[in-house]
Design a protein around this ligand. Structure first.
Ligand code: NAD
Length: 333
């Protein structure tokens, strides 16, 4: 029988890829998304263009914090699975809008947890957490990977604090209402439809247009970039594995890439050389991220399939296809 899955933030980057897969597996999907203007909401409309044609797809356009919208979402059959991805997701902007990040990522998450307890208490919840919760842990060593049992009490940004708090809210909902929750810590996700505020997307656009890119720090910072299709596969496994009630699992690629190597890889696939402007490290940024994915391998049978080079190739091809589509529209206009 088709499963009934709710995806909050399902019009966004990760959510839309997840939904491609869920619909192709025969699941029924409900989305709650407010199409906020953190980045151009037209991009989110494009993300869901194909989903809207699908008979098993339902979208509620509304805010996570809005009672009436939540009421609509939960007005039909109970859900089998819920993937909570709706959030304010940027690290640097969170320094300027900390209270708003807390409102969406903490109050919004609590409101959702309350509704799940009331209307869908048997649903399994996968919470979209982040490698940023490791914060201070990231400063300790450039060698050791981040493991789920590491300390997460030194967030480097309001965003990181809000994600760590989200995990705690999930635990308390598990303890008090016996909700079944797995917190998935995603490590810098990339691929087609990536948010335009993230470095790979920003750099790709600027290098393609022959404009300079701003590199913070000396270019030696490292990120454990993970292809979005692999993240979606990890989320799907998390909806069915043998969950012990509450759990935390890293989803990364476990092969950190040095920032300058990321830029070289983009140059190779774009076919242009970047003009680099060096600026000091930004407050809120961590020097490196490196996922230990032994637990994901063991319990989810998770194995990242797309190499960094292949992922960048696919991203650049997607970006190019967008630019040529935009040019065609301009020519026609
Ligand atoms: N992209 C990454 O590298 C990454 C890494 C770690 C964690 N995450 C987490 O994964 C999730 C998805 O990230 P993404 O990169 O796809 O971001 P995204 O911004 O593309 O997607 C988030 C979606 O949530 C929606 N949304 C935001 N606030 C909402 C609200 N109050 N009510 C309803 N909908 C709301 C947005 O409109 C958007 O469509 C987020 O929770 C993010 O924190 C992302």
């Amino acid at each position: 029988m088709a499963r009934n899955i709710l995806v909050t933030g399902g019009a966004g980057f990760i959510g839309s890829h997840l939904i491609d897969k869920l619909l192709s597996m025969g699941d029924c999907v409900t989305v709650l998304d407010n199409f906020n203007d953190y980045y151009n909401p037209e991009k989110k409309r494009l993300n869901i263009q194909e989903h809207l044609k699908h008979p098993h797809y339902r979208i509620v356009e509304g805010d996570l914090r809005d009672d009436a919208s939540l009421q609509k979402v939960f007005s039909q059959d109970a859900f089998d699975g819920i993937v909570h991805l709706a959030a304010m997701a940027g690290v640097r902007p969170s320094l300027l809008q900390a209270a708003h990040y807390m409102d969406v990522n903490i109050n919004g998450t609590q409101k959702l947890l309350d509704r799940i307890a009331e209307y869908s208490p048997k649903a399994r919840l996968a919470f979209g957490s982040s490698s940023s919760v490791y914060g201070g842990r990231a400063g300790e060593s450039f060698k050791d990977s981040f493991i789920e049992t590491d300390r997460v009490d030194q967030p480097f940004s309001p965003y990181a604090a809000s994600k760590a708090a989200g995990e705690l809210l999930c635990y308390s909902a598990h303890h008090t209402n016996n909700l079944q929750v797995v917190c998935l810590r995603f490590f810098t996700v990339f691929g087609p439809r990536q948010r335009p505020d993230l470095a790979i997307h920003k750099f790709c656009k600027l290098i393609s247009n022959g404009q300079p890119i701003e590199v913070y720090g000396d270019g030696r910072t490292k990120r454990d970039y993970t292809f979005v299709g692999d993240i979606a596969d990890g989320i799907i496994s998390a909806l069915t594995y043998d969950l012990p009630g509450y759990d935390i699992i890293n989803l990364g690629r476990s092969e950190p890439v040095v920032l300058m190597d990321m830029i070289r890889c983009l140059e190779k696939h774009i076919g242009k050389t970047a003009e680099i402007v060096h600026l000091p490290m930004q407050t809120g940024d961590v020097p490196f991220t490196y996922a230990n994915i032994e637990k994901a391998r063991r319990v989810l049978n998770y194995e990242p399939k797309v190499t960094f080079d292949e992922g960048i190739k696919r991203f650049v091809e997607w970006h190019r296809s967008l630019s040529s589509a935009a040019q065609t529209v301009e020519l026609r206009a």
